[in-house]
Design a protein around this ligand. Sequence first.
Ligand code: S3P
Length: 213
Amino acid sequence: MPETALPAAAASQEAEITAALATRSVVLVGMMGAGKSTIGRRLSARLRLPFVDADAEIELAHAGMTIAEIFASYGEPYFRDGEARVIARLLDGGPAVIATGGGAFMREDTRGRIRGKAVSIWLKADADVIMRRVKRRADRPLLQTADPAATVGRLIGEREPIYQQADLTILSREVPHEKIVDECTEALHIRLCGERAEAPPDKATPDKMSVTP
Ligand code: S3P
């Protein structure tokens, strides 16, 4: 549906979100395969904000080298420092919808910057969903292991306690993308504007919002 055909209530909900954000961005965090770029792009269209993919920005800053090539040539610590710098720069250029790489939120300095300059959404996906999606692309350096499923399980265990610190949680699952975007928008509205706005009473909970299939 073209954006101009959005119901008036939805359009005003989105306008209220962007007004409340002011210069702050919306930052998507979560595991590889959680859908941060796919949902982020659609959410940005919904909110009429620019979309930026932090991984793509890192590749641009390295003259088009891929993330895998950067890992292979310079190592993970170098990549992580570059990633933190790129995200700091993107946050300074807000408002935007920013998709981060799965490891970015692990850094305390990056989490602090995101807290100060953005509203964060954890796209939470379970291991099966992640594995199905990451199998479609073989270019993730952290999954070049003998047992990628075990690696994903370990990373989920290490990272979920940190991802939980995000402002909002949305369950990423195999439903139409626009449904996940609806849930992000609704949760942002509750968080930023403090009201439920058109949602049926059992559909949303303030602050943390997690929807089961
Ligand atoms: C990583 C996730 C990747 C990319 C890099 C490291 C991670 O991004 O930043 O391969 O540590 O989880 P996506 O989450 O967009 O796949």
